[in-house]
Design a protein. Structure first.
Lengths: 319, 300
């Protein structure tokens, strides 16, 4: 803190730096472990003792996207030669790619689930952030009757345990035929992200001086023009940060997806664990699916690093 | 006429062109509030109704009104009490763990460090990941025969997730791993807001390190730490995905998992709605406390 120039102080500082680096390494080791598993040959994934150093291979990712069957006889060398490099990786592992009647490769369920996640997360984010921004503007700039109670209500909708809400949602969705549809999950995710977006955006908009808009109004803008041309550009960083948060929440959501979807609209979070427990599982493939799934979030976390705290605390902490 | 308009305040001038402020307010606020009511209040009213019946979503049998029987049965069920006390213990263990690790890390990081930004960003990563996927890969780490944890710690084949005495702690450790950085970030924000001159004054007065910590640092950081603790308590109480994916050990069953099983595996829609309501009231109480502190913190 204040005095670090003493010898004891410098020593303390060195110790602290060492401790911080060690702790960071410990914190990152689980992430390293799952990532490394995604690049391991099958036999090394569950070896005893665990393998830390190995030659990385891309095979788990090829397996992730395809359906395979055990080879019953050795491969014809001519077929092997003709196969592309990624098919050779599968053949080397003693398996062959499943093909349909026309000889086309059969893909696994993973790409579909991944695309479902993408469609649902992106659409619900766009909806939640748009609604959240205009509502936050309304709360920030105009007097709304019972504002404090409404804002508490909006926040509390986000605090409900998912399973509590999922019971009636399931029954209602079943009654109107929204179970296992993209649309059903999209509006549900929009509903629980919008409350978050309102809280966060209200903080960002509160910080934009009212005088900017008033100056625009004096210059002959209408209130709507002022909102679109002055407030929105000023709030751009806030909107981006809110959007990333909403995306991550929708992308990671598990409980509702588990209960409300099973095939057509199933997202990746309920799908990835469902692969476990079906006999002898190939952990390298599960790890590969996990790594691909975590990648967008890791990138976003990096982009979001300066706003993270604010988002995680519902705008309580502003840095 | 033109002169008259310019003397009016800008808001009413704008109102004379385009939409009035009242219209804009209504158009901006009402749809969202209505949408949230449809998606939150309406379902809850719906399940409030079911909580007084013997409805089973899996059968077409006629639905009977049973009064408070579901509530009485749920509250008299020893299994539910067990999961409540398990959940309570889980919340205590995991929030305390997060507090110690997170605040400790913040104290270490609260000094000029090389690569501080990079280190904090890397530490943020766990909490942004999908809890269900985190649960899944910790399962791989905890595996008794080929998991890395037992090997790295030099333990024998400890069956973390299937041992009745360990499973809950194993889940809590994963949760601590995921969320300590959150407490750390909040604490760091609090620590960096402590005015430097207070420390200078303390050092002039030759105050000891411990004295400075307990009399200056802690009281000033306390409000923000409280926010972190209440927030994590609320989230830990709701825990579903991590625990559900990681272990099926009954001794580690949390209230959300119990509710899921009652509602979607045993299809006891009526009783599970009653239990859901009991949980709902508890969560609303904690939320209320949280919002109070949140508003206090915002006023500062």
């Amino acid at each position: 803190m204040a005095v670090v120039s003493t010898r004891a102080g410098r020593l303390g500082n060195r110790l602290a730096i060492t401790a911080v680096i060690l702790v960071t390494l410990v914190f990152l080791s689980p992430i390293y472990w799952i990532t490394s598993t995604a690049f391991k040959p099958l036999v090394l994934a569950t070896s005893v003792p665990p393998t830390v150093v190995f030659e990385p291979s891309i095979t788990p990712f090829v397996k992730l996207f395809t359906k395979r069957a055990q080879l019953t006889a050795p491969v014809d060398p001519a077929v092997y030669e003709a196969a592309p490099w990624w098919e050779k990786l599968i053949l080397d592992g003693g398996e062959r790619l499943s093909r349909d009647g026309k000889g086309e490769i059969v893909y696994s369920a993973y790409p579909d689930r991944f695309i479902n996640s993408l469609i649902i997360a992106v659409t619900s984010t766009v909806l939640a952030v748009s609604l959240g921004t205009i509502t936050a503007y309304g709360f920030s700039r105009f007097r709304v009757k019972g504002e404090a109670d409404l804002l508490f209500f909006i926040l509390s909708t986000r605090m409900l345990p998912p399973i509590v809400v999922a019971i009636p949602m399931f029954l209602m969705y079943r009654a109107v035929g929204l179970n296992d549809t993209h649309f059903g999950l999209i509006i549900l995710y929009t509903a629980f992200n919008v409350s978050f977006a309102v809280w966060l955006m209200k903080g960002f908009i509160d910080e934009i001086p009212k005088e900017y808009e008033e100056a625009a109004l004096v210059d002959g803008y209408t209130r709507m023009q002022a909102f679109f041309k002055i407030v929105l550009p000023e709030a751009a960083t806030g909107i981006a940060a809110t959007a990333v948060f909403c995306f991550i929440t929708a992308w990671n959501e598990y409980a509702f997806a588990l209960i409300l979807t099973n095939r057509r609209a199933q997202t990746a979070p309920p799908f990835i664990p469902s692969q476990v427990g079906t006999g002898l599982q190939d952990w390298t493939v599960i790890a590969a699916g996990t790594v691909l799934f975590l990648l967008p979030v890791a990138i976003f976390t990096f982009l979001l690093r300066n706003h993270l705290l604010r988002g995680m605390s519902f705008g309580a902490i502003r840095k | 006429m033109a002169n008259l308009i310019t003397t009016l305040d800008p808001a009413s001038r704008a109102a004379s062109r385009g939409w009035s402020d009242t219209t804009i307010r209504n158009v901006f606020v009402i749809p969202t509030v209505a949408f949230l009511i449809i998606f939150n209040v309406f379902p809850l009213l719906y399940s409030l109704g079911f909580s007084f019946t013997d409805f089973r979503a899996s059968s077409k049998a006629p639905v009977n009104f049973v009064g408070f029987k579901n509530y009485i049965n749920v509250l008299a069920d020893p299994v539910i009490w067990r999961t409540f006390s398990t959940t309570l213990w889980y919340v205590i263990v995991s929030v305390t763990g997060q507090f110690i690790v997170g605040f400790g890390l913040a104290l270490l990081l609260n000094r000029p460090l090389p690569f501080k930004g990079l280190l904090t960003t890397l530490l943020m990563l766990p909490m942004m990941l999908s809890p269900v996927v985190v649960g899944l890969f910790w399962k791989l780490i905890y595996d008794p025969s080929w998991g890395i944890l037992n090997y790295a710690l030099g333990l024998g084949p400890v069956a973390w997730l299937s041992d009745a005495n360990l499973a809950l702690y194993a889940v809590a450790i994963t949760d601590i791993w995921m969320w300590s950085p959150f407490v750390m970030l909040l604490s760091l924000a609090g620590l960096s807001a402590v005015p430097k001159h207070l420390y200078e004054a303390a050092s002039i007065d030759r105050a000891g390190k411990l004295y400075t910590f307990f009399r200056i640092t802690l009281p000033l950081v306390a409000p923000i730490l409280l926010i972190a603790v209440i927030f994590r308590t609320m989230e830990a109480f709701k825990t579903f995905d991590i625990a559900f994916v990681m272990t099926g050990q009954p001794a580690a069953e949390l209230i959300s998992s119990r509710l899921y099983k009652m509602a979607f595996q045993q299809w006891q829609t009526g009783p599970s709605s009653a239990l859901a309501y009991i949980i709902l009231i508890m969560v609303l109480c904690i939320t209320n406390i949280y919002v109070k502190y949140l508003n206090k913190a915002k006023e500062r």
